[in-house]
Write a protein that binds this ligand. Structure first.
Ligand SMILES: C[S@@+](CC[C@H](N)C(=O)[O-])C[C@H]1O[C@@H](n2cnc3c(N)ncnc32)[C@H](O)[C@@H]1O
Length: 215
């Protein structure tokens, strides 16, 4: 029984086929995004469902996402929140933020999602002040991979005891894998070694880290 590149490709497609059922709005979202000039770099549908499940396993009152793109993952996360829950999603590119806002409205979750415009490391201090410490039930990191360590340090005090930190691309990012020098190794080890968290990474797609804050 050997894991070949062909088998890996097959399993990635299989996971989307079996576990990635989408409604018509989500199924067409990234086609519309691509037609509008946005890059096709959203999470896959099976990872989207993972985000929904994980968010729904928390109290789901406050969620945070870094890297909105077209709003695809934001809509999955929003659907996992409590009815009065709120997702703050941070996006640096104005065109991406505009597009995401219209798709979030079309998905019927605009009341649960606020798109914050700006660079993640620039807006996080104000957001941390606004929300107060230990209030975020679910945080998803998916902006600049080389900034993950800084995101972790900024977001860590914002996460509630029992809250989840999830990060995409912790084994690879499009062009390179971690054994080829791709750079989230320091982030992975930092979270894994942090005594405030229990962390693991699943090899879904390009690697999804899941960490639960103790407490
Ligand atoms: C991989 S995409 C996010 C995909 C999205 N989470 C999804 O799965 O649907 C990364 C996004 O981060 C945005 N971005 C880049 N630098 C950023 C920064 N410093 N702060 C916040 N967002 C940034 C990019 O414009 C891009 O839209």
């Amino acid at each position: 029984m050997t894991m070949t590149p062909e088998r890996w490709e097959f399993l990635s497609r299989y996971a989307v086929d079996v576990f990635g059922d989408e409604d018509p709005h989500l199924a067409g979202l990234m086609d519309r995004a691509e037609a509008a000039g946005l890059p096709r770099i959203a999470v896959s549908a099976d990872v989207g469902r993972l985000l929904l499940i994980l968010a729904a396993m928390t109290p789901g009152r406050i969620a945070l996402e870094l890297g909105t793109l077209a709003g695809y993952s934001a809509i999955w996360i929003a659907r996992g929140l409590a009815p009065d829950g709120k997702l703050y999603t941070v996006e640096a590119a104005p065109a991406h933020a505009d597009f995401a806002e219209s798709e979030i409205a079309r998905a019927g979750v605009a009341d649960r999602v606020e798109v914050i415009r700006g660079e993640a490391l620039g807006v996080l201090p104000d957001l941390a002040d606004q929300l107060g410490p230990g209030r975020v039930d679910f945080a998803f990191l998916d902006a600049v991979k080389s900034e993950y360590v800084d995101y972790f340090e900024a977001v860590k005090p914002m996460i509630a005891g029992g809250g989840l930190l999830v990060a995409d691309n912790v084994y690879a990012s499009g062009h390179a894998w971690i054994d080829e020098g791709y750079g989230t190794d320091e982030f992975n080890r930092r979270v894994a070694a942090d005594r405030d968290f229990d962390a693991v990474a699943t090899p879904m797609r390009e690697g999804v880290l899941i960490a639960r804050k103790r407490g």
